[in-house]
Ligand binder design. Structure first.
Ligand SMILES: Cc1ncc(C[n+]2csc(CCOP(=O)(O)OP(=O)(O)O)c2C)c(N)n1
Ligand SMILES: [Mg+2]
Length: 520
């Protein structure tokens, strides 16, 4: 069998699943076959600069279009460079099918060049890793795509080898049936509670009718980072960070109802609240972070109405709004210098309601996530399960292609942008409406504020100042340096669409306060 035959089987399976864009960095014949076969099936190829970036673009595109993201990389260094992208998809529960070629099994005894055990490499970071080979490639490709999409979604790695039989993915497990006993126990707990707080997590973010159902109860609702907007921010009680930001509200709760909260969203801090917890989840889930919760497994459409019941609870009117405002107040620094709060507020002011925001890992995230108001789920995208730097620019590319005509704002630190800089050219080449805003403090600020005596000095966490505007200009992107709130405002008013970059020279002074107010 030829690699083209395998590529065609995969491209057809992608097409049948609704995939419209393939991302990647080709490295030779077999993976160019994937590019060519995809084109024949009407799937557009988008060339990235880096394999992890290609994976993040693809998984974001898959997440937002409800299909499976598609990425192609070459054997050896292509596969190793894709590792973080694959892990991001897996731990952030985004659907991705990554395909690489390999030194074919038949030539492996004499070819050592670029020969790696690619499946051993990706097995721990993929939802599943297997070979697309001669036995039923169409069936294997379709099953791999299905596996990537099933909740919890994740990254699947297919290694193309036209000389090997291939490995079928594990058969799908049946969707979990509703656990009636647990549903009724949970409903009884809820009806006894006077002040339950609801926490919405990523597995419930897209559940139809969720916001209406929760708001109708009058209960305060917190959303995890990845579920931000599931209940519009203007009506929620704010973010569930797992730290101290929402603690005043949770201290008053006598029950916590976690809806679709995936343990991957929960930071390593200990759960400090000694109240009953009910978890409602579409699939079996590990609840040990919360201690010993009552877990209701099954379709949310079946469990949630019963668990919510119709009891009247005892929260004072305005509780959610007060909790949200208290959290925002706690994050204020009162600093006079141009800082991250100014940047987020100005960019948010200029952004239209259809904007998608992507946020990177770093101290700027701690300001951006609570201050930005989301009106709908999946409008704010962040890597939280892997929490990888270098997420937001490739995610912005994936989001802009998934939502043509709608603007994307990419917030990123100078450290994270340094990791993905070349994708600025991708934004320009594709002429995407992406505004990149870099919080340029020439430092790994989140690490600097955590650094203590005996952990190195400034050299361990600080860079020299980089002129990101000059770099972006060199790649053909409109770009400006701003060093005041006024200058930022003027630039945002002057130019309303991307591709463009704003290099915001901020003071990181307020971050220590923000970290303490968020995490304690
Ligand atoms: C790929 C990767 N490497 C390292 C880290 C650990 N880390 C988390 S935040 C951070 C600093 C980020 O610096 P920058 O992008 O400049 O953002 P800032 O904290 O300054 O806002 C680091 C090193 C990570 N999350 N991901
Ligand atoms: Mg920085």
């Amino acid at each position: 069998m030829s690699s083209r035959t395998l590529a065609t089987a995969l491209a057809r399976a992608w097409r049948d699943a609704g995939t419209s864009v393939l991302f990647g960095v080709p490295g030779g014949g077999a993976n160019l076959d994937v590019v060519g076969a995809a084109a024949e099936e009407g799937i557009r190829f988008v060339l990235a600069h880096d394999e992890t970036a290609a994976g993040i673009m693809a998984s974001t595109h898959g997440l937002l279009t409800g299909t499976a993201g598609a990425a192609v990389v070459t054997r050896g260094p292509g596969a190793t460079a894709a590792a973080t992208g694959l892990a991001q998809a897996t731990l952030d529960r985004a659907p991705l099918v990554l395909v690489s070629d390999t030194v074919p099994e038949r030539s492996a005894p004499r070819v050592a060049h670029q020969r790696l055990d690619e499946q051993a490499l990706t097995r721990p970071i993929a939802k599943w890793s297997g070979t697309l080979g001669t036995e039923d490639p169409a069936g294997v490709a379709a099953a791999a795509i299905d596996l990537a999409r099933r909740g919890p979604a994740g990254g699947v790695h297919l290694v193309m080898d036209p000389t090997a039989p291939g490995t079928p993915p594990p058969p799908p497990t049946a969707d979990a049936a509703l656990d009636e006993g647990a549903t009724h126990r949970a409903a009884a707990m809820m009806s006894r509670a006077e002040r339950p707080v609801v926490v919405v997590g990523l597995a419930a973010a897209d559940h139809p009718g969720l916001a209406d159902a929760l708001l109708a109860t009058g209960l305060p609702v917190l959303c995890t980072y990845q579920a931000k907007g599931a209940v519009p921010d203007s009506r929620s009680a704010g973010l569930f960070t797992g730290g101290v930001l929402e603690r005043a509200l949770l201290d008053r709760a006598d029950l916590v109802l976690a809806v679709g909260v995936d343990p991957v969203e929960l930071i390593p801090a200990r759960w400090p609240h000694d109240v009953p917890v009910v978890m409602v989840h579409p699939e079996p889930v590990d609840g040990s972070w919360f201690g010993d919760p009552e877990i209701v497994v099954g379709p949310l459409a079946g469990s949630l109405p019963t668990v919510l019941g119709d009891a009247i609870h005892r929260w004072e009117p305005g509780t959610a709004g007060n909790a949200r405002r208290r959290a925002l107040d706690a994050l204020e620094t009162g600093g006079a210098e141009f800082g991250p709060h100014d940047v987020v507020r100005e960019v948010a002011r200029a952004a239209g309601p259809s904007t998608t925001l992507t946020v990177d890992a770093g101290a700027h995230m701690l300001v951006a996530m609570p201050l930005w108001e989301a009106t709908a789920p999946r409008r704010v995208l962040i890597s939280n399960g892997l929490a990888t730097m270098g997420f937001s620019l490739p995610a912005a590319v994936g989001a802009a292609l998934a939502r043509p005509g709608a603007p994307v704002v990419c917030l990123v630190g100078d450290g994270g942008l340094g990791m993905t800089l070349a994708e600025i050219e991708t934004v320009v080449r594709l002429d995407l409406d992406v505004t990149v805003v870099v919080f340029n403090d020439a430092a790994l600020s989140l690490i600097e504020i955590k650094q203590t005596e005996g952990q190195g000095d400034a050299d361990a966490v600080r860079y020299g100042t980089t002129d990101f505007a000059a770099i972006a200009s060199g790649m053909g992107m409109r770009a400006t340096v701003v060093d005041s709130r006024q200058a930022l405002r003027e630039e945002l008013d002057r130019v309303r669409t991307g591709p463009r970059l704003i290099d915001a020279r901020i003071s990181p002074d307020g971050y220590a306060h923000v970290l303490a107010a968020t995490r304690g």
